[in-house]
Ligand binder design. Structure first.
Ligand SMILES: [Mg+2]
Length: 111
């Protein structure tokens, strides 16, 4: 891969990860405002609830694809990218919960 392509890929991934980070922040803000009772990162939340949130977001991404490709109903303009960012953000929240349970002190990853 050329250096320009590597840079382009790095910038793209950086922007995507920034968007996932911002979505995680949005989720926590909605929780603080009482619009959500919990996020997938909330302590003591049963994994079944976390799985439900993740699958709901995957379902919304699937709906966006099916709408876009004309398999269901009229397109409502569901934003596939936005839904995929939400999938990733819920997964990150769940990983946060797992890591906090394993070790309450976050550390920099070496791998
Ligand atoms: Mg969604």
């Amino acid at each position: 891969m050329s250096r320009a392509a590597e840079t382009s890929t790095s910038l793209l991934r950086g922007r995507i990860l920034r968007d996932v980070w911002q979505e995680r922040e949005r989720q926590e803000e909605l929780c603080r405002q009482g619009k959500f009772t919990h996020t997938a990162a909330s302590p003591d939340l049963p994994n079944g609830y976390r799985l439900t949130a993740l699958v709901e977001e995957v379902g919304e991404a699937a709906e966006a694809v099916l709408e876009r490709d004309g398999y269901i109903g009229k397109p409502k303009g569901t934003d596939l990218r936005k839904e995929l960012v939400q999938v990733a953000a819920v997964a990150v929240a769940w990983i946060e919960a797992l890591d906090r349970t394993a070790d309450p002190t976050p550390k920099a990853s070496t791998s």
